[in-house]
Design a protein around this ligand. Structure first.
Ligand SMILES: [Zn+2]
Length: 111
């Protein structure tokens, strides 16, 4: 697989995670019919693209053992709760990556 293919694949997986974080249960079915990038709120896409560029690839982090998987700094527990509620997109205050709950990452990566 060449580099461009790899990058597109990564981007698609990241965007799926962002979409998942934005979904409320009632619009999941509706959202599935649309194109991936249309489903992501526009500001989220631009945030994503900016972080992706700045971080040379990985724009999305998951929370592992209360820490950001990108920079390993602890995410405050109140913030973790908000992220788990998927109310909106949060970024890591240390490295700036978009934080996604581990549950969402697991759902996206599951076959
Ligand atoms: Zn971080």
């Amino acid at each position: 697989m060449d580099e461009l293919d790899q990058e597109l694949k990564e981007r698609e997986a990241d965007l799926k995670e962002i979409i998942k974080a934005n979904e409320s249960e009632e619009n999941i079915l509706l959202a599935e019919r649309k194109k991936i990038e249309d489903q992501v709120k526009k500001p989220d896409v631009s945030v994503y693209m900016r972080i992706r560029k700045a971080k040379k690839g990985k724009a999305v982090s998951t929370i592992r053992r209360s820490a950001c998987s990108g920079c390993h700094n602890i995410v405050p527990s109140q913030r973790q709760l908000e992220i788990r509620r998927n109310a909106r997109i949060f970024t890591c205050e240390y490295c700036g990556r978009i934080l996604i709950s581990q549950e969402i990452a697991d759902e996206v990566e599951a076959p």
